[in-house]
Ligand binder design. Structure first.
Ligand code: PLP
Ligand code: ZN
Length: 427
């Protein structure tokens, strides 16, 4: 079941296309969160998936999507088969389907940041489309493809499919265009005016329709790519978004990174960490990683990392210290667009609002976590130090979590074993 944290409306598991709360009226200040218990599955199903290297197959019964297709009559075998078929199509476009990504200990990184304990590094640069973003989107695509097969969509012919739409400046756009190409689904990508040539070339090669979005003089505050994206959605496009308030189902598949990390940590004998550092832009990644870890049985305070050049989540968490828990009902008291021009070398996390702050707050509270603002010097340092020490060619956005670790280690604020995720291959 999905339940809105802002207005408490709920949607049953069988609801098709449950992108946004029905009580939402255009401001996106509602967020449908997943509430469910993992179902018991038969021994046959368990053994069919237990050793699968595709996280969407291995952890399929943990997905909210599992409830959706089962509510419409699919059995376990059909459901797993649907995941495999879609994954094959992704592999044909991306060169790889979804595979559990490596998690290793990096002694050079602990040494470089001056941490007494171990640093566990999840290398997400080899995931589909070079970052974790495709995980969020694959659960949306699974839903779309299943809903279509089940005859639950307003369109019946493939030719009548509405286009997918996403706003992003990099990794999410590439992930979305990769999955869209796999499903042969048209996609409109809304990118900033300044987006880099490599990203645009990649999007072009994937067949996406690229829309550059300069700020218009009559635009309200906030990101112009988001405004144009929302206009497209208002005209019927499908929100293929990595932001929960735009499409709640992105928070479903995003958890796979936490589930598989938890299993990998367990294999190394680790059931708790002093901290898991997550770079925060829109906020879906930190929320999903942290929730997945905890659902996988690893206790780890979430340390949400922002850069000094754009830190709306830190601002919100500061305000929340002296407030009650009904955060989402009082949305704009906590979250509004960052007032200054956001700047940082980690340009992929310069979202001027932390769209998924409610899901982040839930994890910060449940895990006993905190928000750290990394000075730009530490962002720059992490961008060279993390790839050097780990041998993983992640972008400065993808190493920004390490910047938070550097900041805290220098201040003596963290001790013991920690985890970071290097995501977003350097392009
Ligand atoms: C490599 C990388 N890591 C982390 C993030 C942050 O994810 P989120 O926007 O969900 O907070 C992004 C977002 O663009 C990213 O590209
Ligand atoms: Zn609502």
């Amino acid at each position: 079941m999905l339940r809105c944290a802002a207005c408490s409306r709920s949607l049953d598991a069988d609801q098709p296309l449950p992108w946004r709360c029905p009580g939402e009226t255009g401001d996106r200040h509602h967020i449908l969160l997943i509430h469910r218990d993992e179902p018991t599955v038969s021994t046959a199903t368990r053994s069919a998936i237990a050793t699968d290297t595709n996280p969407f197959v291995r952890f399929a019964p943990r997905l909210a999507w599992w409830d959706f297709v089962h509510a419409h009559g699919w059995n376990d075998e059909q459901s797993i088969d649907a995941i495999r078929r879609l994954d094959d199509r992704v592999a044909a476009v991306a060169g790889t389907g979804f595979r559990i990504t490596p998690l290793t200990v990096s002694p050079p990184l602990s040494e470089a940041v001056g941490l007494g304990g171990r640093v566990f590094v999840k290398n997400e640069t080899g995931n589909v489309a070079g970052s974790h973003k495709a995980r969020h989107l694959f659960s949306i695509l699974l839903h779309l493809v299943a809903a279509e097969e089940l005859g639950l969509t307003p369109w019946t012919r493939r030719d009548d499919r509405p286009a997918l739409a996403i706003s992003s400046c990099g990794n999410a756009a590439i992930a979305a265009s990769t999955l869209a190409a796999a499903a042969q689904w048209p996609i409109d990508v809304f990118i900033p005016e300044w987006a880099g040539g490599v990203v645009v070339d990649t999007l072009d090669a994937l067949g996406a329709r690229v829309n550059r979005c300069p700020r218009r003089s009559d635009d309200p505050p906030g990101d112009p790519t988001v405004h144009r994206f929302r206009e497209a959605v208002a005209h019927g496009a499908i929100p293929f978004s990595v932001q929960g308030p735009e499409n709640s189902l992105c928070l479903d598949g995003g958890r796979t990174i936490g589930w598989e990390s938890a299993e990998q940590l367990h294999e190394l004998g680790v059931t708790s960490l002093s901290a898991v550092y997550a770079q925060v832009g829109g906020g879906a990644f930190a929320a999903s990683l942290s929730r997945g870890l905890s659902e996988g049985g690893v206790r780890a305070p979430l340390v949400a990392v922002q850069t000094a050049g754009c830190a709306p989540l830190a601002r919100a968490w500061e305000i929340a210290h002296d407030s009650t828990q009904a955060w989402a009902t009082d949305w704009t008291r906590f979250m509004w667009p960052w007032e200054h021009e956001p700047t940082s070398l980690a340009d992929g996390i310069l979202d001027d609002e932390t769209y998924d702050w409610v899901a982040d707050f839930a994890q910060l509270e449940a895990s006993g976590g905190r928000v750290v603002v990394a000075p730009e010097d530490d962002v720059v340092l992490a961008a060279t130090l993390a790839p050097q020490a780990s041998g993983i060619a992640a972008s400065p956005t993808g190493t920004a979590g390490v910047a938070g670790l550097i900041t805290e280690a220098r201040g003596g604020l963290v001790r013991g074993d920690v985890m970071v995720v290097l995501s977003g291959v350097r392009r």
